[in-house]
Design a protein around this ligand. Structure first.
Ligand code: SF4
Length: 368
């Protein structure tokens, strides 16, 4: 049985890419170019009231109202950190809730969005993984997070980046994720260039190979977290199926844009994967891969059986990589006062009020 949300019988404009919307309009006797206008209203101007699309004929607006729906995630609560990070609790059409995060200076503006409710990958350091997979998000729900955040933050025409690092494994929801990226890239809508999108994955190999052939190619981030199968298998269970060497081989074959590199994310866990020998192994593993390493000191949280290493341990690890010629960054903790460092999130207390839920929605540690 599909885990994607049940679809309403009337076509949902949020779920249609422009060619599909054109076809739906043409089938009802309207010009195809009307789809461009509708995309402009929905994605550029953030208008969701079909009757407010004033350059459409009365006839078309009546048809849209009668024959279509337009579903948009609803902001249930939002909370702003002193560092400007903002997290949004969003309610979907079926009542499920997800979280999306705005991070203001990374150095541009970035939205961290979700691709699933929960996640089936069960990474040992991730609270979202403990939820299991509740369902996939639809393309409209994935792109809808971007619409909602851009509107709520009144970004106008300012450029922003997207990281698919919220709840879920994007390649485990491949078709809807790629469809969302096509919708977001549409020149008559948000026109979000793929170079502004980063897809983070644990490395589902068949899907990674498929991604390598996509016309819309996001930046790639691999959640590696350990240099050996023995260690990684404990942290990222899917590694027992797709091992470290296979993932690195796939990365070497992955078609990269000029001057672009694959990001390898590495959550550093005290006493688990933070030893100098781990850093040396990681450097050897990544030799010959166009890479950069993003070290993510764990944000400890209740329910996660690991500790954050000291800053000096993190610095030592970074130094060993840098000495071996790797580009390394250490991820800043964001929004700690609202527990919203983008990367790992958990929804606890689904039965609590929205305000209580926000208080317990934690991006406890970066998840990738
Ligand atoms: S780290 Fe990412 S892939 Fe792993 S369980 Fe958490 S959300 Fe899923």
């Amino acid at each position: 049985m599909s885990k994607t949300a049940a679809r309403p019988l009337r076509p949902d404009i949020a779920e249609l890419d422009r060619p599909a919307l054109e076809a739906a309009l043409a089938a009802r006797g309207f010009e195809r170019f009307r789809a461009r206008q509708i995309f402009g209203w929905v994605y550029r101007r953030g208008v969701v009231d079909l009757d407010a699309m004033t350059d459409l004929s009365r006839d078309l607006r009546a048809t849209l109202a009668a024959d279509f729906t337009l579903t948009t995630p609803v902001i249930v609560a939002r909370e702003r950190s002193v560092d400007g990070t903002e997290k949004f609790l969003l309610r979907l059409g079926d009542g499920r809730q997800i979280e999306s995060v705005f991070i203001p200076d990374t150095p541009g503006m970035t939205f961290c969005i979700s691709t699933q409710v929960g996640c089936g990958m069960a990474c040992a350091f991730c609270l979202t993984g403990k939820m299991g997979l509740l369902r996939n998000l639809s393309a409209g729900e994935i792109a809808g997070q971007v619409r909602v955040l851009a509107g709520a933050l009144d970004l106008g025409d300012k450029p922003f980046n997207i990281v698919l690092m919220g709840m879920g494994e994007p390649l485990h929801n491949y078709d809807e994720t790629m469809k969302a990226l096509r919708i977001l890239a549409d020149e008559h809508g948000l026109a979000l260039p793929p170079r502004r999108v980063t897809l983070s994955t644990v490395g589902l190999l068949p899907a990674l190979e498929r991604l390598a052939r996509e016309p819309i190619m996001p930046n790639l981030a691999i959640s590696l977290h350990a240099p050996t199968d023995l260690q990684r298998g404990e942290l990222v269970p899917i590694n027992r199926k797709y091992g470290v060497a296979e993932i690195i081989d796939a990365c070497k074959r992955f078609p990269l844009r000029k001057r672009s590199r694959i990001t390898f994310e590495y959550v550093i866990l005290a006493g688990v994967n933070d030893a100098p020998e781990d850093a040396r192994r990681l450097a050897r593993l990544l030799a010959g891969v166009k890479s950069k390493v993003n070290l993510i000191p764990l944000n400890s949280a209740a329910g996660i059986p690991f500790e954050r290493p000291s800053d000096s341990v993190v610095d030592r690890f970074a130094k060993i990589l840098a000495e071996r010629g790797l580009t390394v960054s250490v991820r800043k903790s964001r929004g700690r006062d609202i527990r919203a460092a983008c990367g790992q999130l958990i929804v606890e207390g689904q039965r609590k009020s929205p305000a209580q839920q926000l208080a317990t929605l934690a991006f406890g540690t970066p998840q990738r």
